[in-house]
Design a protein around this ligand. Structure first.
Ligand code: GDP
Ligand code: IMO
Ligand code: MG
Length: 422
């Protein structure tokens, strides 16, 4: 079982980037398997901060290989900016950053379509990051897409033009949105040349050869399980499978290769964009959490919606992904509470339920809370379990019991070093 998985159990931004960076030295390869530049993974170490969108979060660890798998959708423009960031930081990624030929390309006209469609939805907006994710996956499943491997073919430009023309017709169905297609296109083709400086591989052979060699692989999830296309709060979701199942199709590996599944949850909960959020705090407490947690999107800068941790939701996503261990992040953000609330059940049509209803958008339900004591003291930067306040250890043990899964790490601050390993 060569492939461990690390993924978010909520609506994204659980701190995946930080934890992958921490765990990376235990692995030979870090692999992104789905999503695209809608992701924003923050890494902080040595007083520096980096935000990665497409590049796997193992890139700062010397010697480690990183692969952008076939399940990822790539915007060469964003990727090129990320490479600039790495160059500026003196990170040598030559020979360490691989791209699967079967990964699909996000065209500028995919972003245009994303913008036009969202704009037309009015107040039913998904709150997409507008990175072209939905339209690109739509072309993938609709069998129209362009893939990284096509760049090397002589008819690439023709196929690009053909797809762009299709998109222009589709855009005509929606009200006008401002988008400088010609300018974006120029930047895109330049960025495609940059992309070609990376090593393209047949990802499925590449990764299975690595498994045969005995390499240890960590699959890095993007988004969160509640944004999964099948099991998330549809239609307020992203367009990929964000759960463990996505690792097999997104990298080309068999299920029996999957080992540990590390699920990440914040000690509370956030969501960015539209859609249901049963434990959302819309008043002062929510604003307090946003300020304490610096809850603003790493990709779009939008304020994140904040609320209490939701155990009904977490049990659901732990079940879907076969999570074997939990990481609880951002416990320090709860430093100033006397009492915390935890949703442990829902009332659906007046009856108590421990399952998520089919349609969180329209059904009649509410979260039912249990009070647990807070620690009301500063545990930021604590690195030893013995130095955590008793109420915090109790909170972690309460989560373990309620979720039936052990908590292997507790994150006490954004820096690489701010972590309790249990
Ligand atoms: P990702 O998308 O799951 O990688 O998460 P993001 O990077 O989008 O958002 C997580 C945010 O929380 C980032 O700003 C991190 O630097 C920060 N962060 C991660 N872990 C902790 C923690 O334990 N405490 C605090 N205060 N911030 C954290
Ligand atoms: P990371 O990897 C949080 C949300 C968007 C929107 C919905 C659909 O950083 O955790 P899309 O652009 O995919 O069409 O948007 O999904 N979303 C995320 N929210 N973290 C992310 O990634 C997200 N990626 C997409 O806000 O509601
Ligand atoms: Mg993020």
């Amino acid at each position: 079982m060569a492939v461990d998985v690390l993924l978010g159990l909520q609506w994204g931004d659980e701190g995946k980037g930080k934890i992958v960076d921490v765990l990376a030295p235990q692995y030979d390869i870090i692999a992104r398997f789905q999503g695209g530049p809608n992701a924003g993974h923050t890494l902080i170490f040595d007083g520096k901060k980096f935000v990665l969108h497409t590049v796997p979060s193992g890139i700062f660890r010397p010697g480690l290989k990183n692969i952008i798998g076939n399940g990822v959708v790539i915007d060469p423009i964003t990727l090129s900016k990320e490479l600039d960031q790495l160059d500026a930081a003196g990170v040598d990624y030559a020979g360490r950053l691989f791209v699967a030929r079967k990964a699909h390309l996000i065209l500028p006209s995919h972003r245009l379509l994303d913008a036009a469609r969202e704009n037309a939805k009015g107040d039913r907006k998904i709150g997409s990051t507008l990175k072209g994710i939905g339209p690109t996956y739509m072309d993938k499943t609709g069998r129209n897409g362009l893939r990284v491997g096509n760049i090397e073919a002589p008819d690439f430009r023709d196929r690009y033009e053909e797809l762009k023309e299709k998109h222009k017709q589709l855009v005509g169905l929606y009200p006008f949105v401002e988008f400088e297609l010609a300018k974006e296109e120029e930047a895109w083709f330049k960025a495609v040349e940059r992309l070609q400086t990376l090593e393209f591989v047949d990802g499925e052979y590449w990764i299975n050869d690595a498994i045969k060699r005995g390499d240890k692989i960590l699959a890095e999830g993007a988004q969160g399980s509640m944004l999964d296309i099948d099991f998330g709060t549809y239609p307020f979701v992203t367009s990929s499978n964000t759960i463990t199942a996505g690792v097999c199709t997104g990298l080309g590996i068999a299920p029996q290769q999957i080992g540990e599944v590390i699920g990440i949850t914040k000690a509370y909960c956030t969501r960015v964009g539209g859609g249901p959020f049963p434990t959302e705090l819309t008043g002062e407490t929510g604003e307090f959490l946003r300020a304490e947690g610096g809850e603003f999107g790493a990709t779009t800068g939008r304020p994140r919606r904040c609320g209490w941790i939701d155990l009904v939701q977490l049990r659901y996503t732990i079940m879907l992904s076969g999570v074997t261990q939990l990481v609880v992040t951002k416990v320090d953000v709860l430093n100033k509470f006397e009492t915390l609330k935890v949703a442990d059940a829902y009332k659906v049509d007046g009856s108590l339920s421990h399952e998520l209803p089919f349609d969180l958008v329209h059904e009649n339900y509410e979260a039912v809370y249990t009070d647990v004591p807070g620690w009301n003291s500063n545990l930021t930067s604590v690195k030893e379990e013995a130095n955590l306040p008793k109420a915090c250890i109790d909170y972690v043990q309460f989560l373990e019991e309620k979720l039936g899964t052990r908590v292997s790490m507790v994150s006490t601050g954004p820096d690489r070093e701010e972590l309790v390993v249990r």
